[in-house]
Design a protein around this ligand. Structure first.
Ligand SMILES: NC(=O)c1ccc[n+]([C@@H]2O[C@H](COP(=O)([O-])OP(=O)(O)OC[C@H]3O[C@@H](n4cnc5c(N)ncnc54)[C@H](OP(=O)(O)O)[C@@H]3O)[C@@H](O)[C@H]2O)c1
Length: 252
């Protein structure tokens, strides 16, 4: 945890990576505000944390509820020192569907944008803050079966790169986290092998270690990230052929 982060808001904090981060930061004495849609699950998460923690249910697909949640945080705790914009959905399918792609964009991309819109004015005014966006290596490449999810994470990567310089000038530290496969409810229904799968606690440990450094992107494990980044550098025609071979004949 950076010296600044006394109050931390985590969207998607009731489960998986968000909750694993909350557990670690709570042990270090931070005040945690956990958001998500499932109020009962948030309450349960808050009760198990060791330090001060609050459940703040909010659905990031609505601009007014997100604005209201951030106002409430500001009223009760001030502008949070850190926000982990981690809420996300993953509904893999090889069938093209506008509805499914829209759902991913609404949560994984626009959900983050809504939180930023509400948070950034306060952080800018104060001249400090740390914002962590939860990306994914699925945003590096067009992976078969991950159309909506991959598109949302690719857009998030693009958004983070575009915002970074301006936020840096405003004193706001923006980071992008790109974890490999993490054993959380999100991937529980995956029926394909997930190389280098790690626990949510191990992912949280690596994220926190990454935040102690200065890198814009915290991406792990290297054994998965580097080959994917190398693939990204290839000409597109060659890349799609290699991805096709790797994916085999994936079906719903
Ligand atoms: N697990 C992996 O392998 C992996 C790899 C790379 C990146 N990631 C990213 O890591 C982040 C966390 O995922 P996870 O793996 O920890 O899975 P998870 O346990 O399913 O966490 C996702 C969280 O997002 C919340 N959420 C979903 N839709 C929401 C909405 N509309 N409004 C508010 N909260 C919402 C969920 O809570 P409610 O259902 O209560 O709303 C849940 O707590 C995601 O952004 C995911 O894309 C995961």
């Amino acid at each position: 945890m950076t010296a600044l982060a006394r109050t931390i808001w985590i969207t998607g904090g009731g489960s998986g990576i968000g909750l694993a981060l909350a557990r670690r930061w709570s042990r270090e004495g931070a005040t945690l505000i956990l958001s998500g849609r499932d109020e009962a699950r948030l309450q349960q998460a808050v009760e198990e944390l060791e330090g001060p923690a609050h459940a703040l249910p909010v659905d990031v697909t609505g601009s007014a509820p997100v604005a209201a949640a951030v106002s409430l945080i500001r009223e009760r705790h001030g502008v949070p020192e850190m926000a982990v914009l981690n809420a996300g959905i993953y509904r893999p399918s090889t069938r093209l569907s506008a509805e499914r792609i829209e759902a991913h964009l609404q949560t994984n991309l626009l959900g983050v944008v809504r939180c930023l819109e509400a948070l950034l004015p306060g952080m800018r005014e104060r001249g400090s803050g740390q914002v962590i966006l939860m990306g994914s290596p699925a945003g590096y490449l067009g992976l078969p079966g991950a159309t909506g999810y991959g598109a949302s994470k690719a857009a998030l990567l693009n958004l983070a790169e575009a915002l970074w310089p301006e936020l840096r000038r405003a004193g706001i530290d923006l980071r992008l986290v790109s974890p490999g496969f993490v054993d959380t409810p999100m991937v529980a229904r995956n029926r394909f092998p997930m190389p280098f799968l790690m626990s949510a606690d191990e992912a949280a440990r690596r994220i926190i270690r990454g935040l102690e450094g200065r890198a814009f992107e915290i991406a792990f494990p290297r054994r998965l990230i580097w080959p994917l980044k190398a693939l990204r550098c290839l000409p597109a025609g060659l890349r799609v052929r290699i991805l096709n071979l790797l994916a085999g004949h994936q079906r719903d």
